[in-house]
Design a protein around this ligand. Structure first.
Ligand SMILES: Nc1ncnc2c1ncn2[C@@H]1O[C@H](COP(=O)(O)OP(=O)(O)OP(=O)(O)O)[C@@H](O)[C@H]1O
Ligand SMILES: [Mg+2]
Length: 155
């Protein structure tokens, strides 16, 4: 099985291009046939979109670059409304931020991506009419492998 790789993009100071580069990076990976989804541990500053949904500019950039519909996937565990340094906003509103929570959501995303990638591999095998046993990796945990195998009528 191929596991998703993670890239950590950072930059000192605000408005230096972290989001712009992240979005471009995601688009480039996708253009090359890979799967990539953006994730940001905490954002501060929200507005209402045309439909009245509360959104954050950075998360919208990551979402659109990641080819996700609104609300399709949580890209950030801590969305703070006030537009200021996140740690100051969090302190002002008494919001505790736990690294564990961020890691947990990030891991959930990775698992989702991993499943999607495996599904893609299975679909590819099916369309190529090859032996799914050879194509699918050894991990038998997620039901998706078995059900897809049944659906395909292979193996
Ligand atoms: N398509 C674009 N072409 C040129 N400049 C752009 C484009 N999109 C954004 N910028 C500018 O690039 C700069 C970096 O923006 P970006 O939002 O990526 O910074 P950031 O490091 O993520 O900031 P923040 O810390 O506020 O999240 C900003 O000045 C922004 O106006
Ligand atoms: Mg940004």
């Amino acid at each position: 099985m191929s596991f998703p790789a993670g890239f950590f993009i950072t930059g000192t100071d605000t408005e230096v291009g972290k989001t712009l580069v992240s979005g471009a990076f995601i688009l480039k990976i996708r253009a090359q046939g890979g799967k990539a989804v953006g994730f940001k541990p905490v954002v501060a500053g929200t507005y209402k979109d045309a439909k009245g949904v509360v959104v954050n500019e950075d998360l919208e950039t990551l979402r659109i670059a990641s080819h996700l519909n609104p609300g399709q996937m949580e890209l950030c565990p801590y969305v703070l409304n006030m537009p200021a340094a996140p740690h100051l906003v969090a302190a002002a509103i008494g919001q505790e931020m736990e690294m564990e929570m961020e890691m947990e959501m990030e891991m959930e995303m990775e698992m989702e991506m991993e499943m999607e990638m495996e599904m893609d591999r299975i679909m590819q095998c099916t369309s190529q009419n090859t032996d799914s046993k050879r194509c699918c990796s050894g991990r038998r945990g997620p039901g998706v492998f078995n059900s897809a195998k049944q659906d395909s009528g292979l193996g």
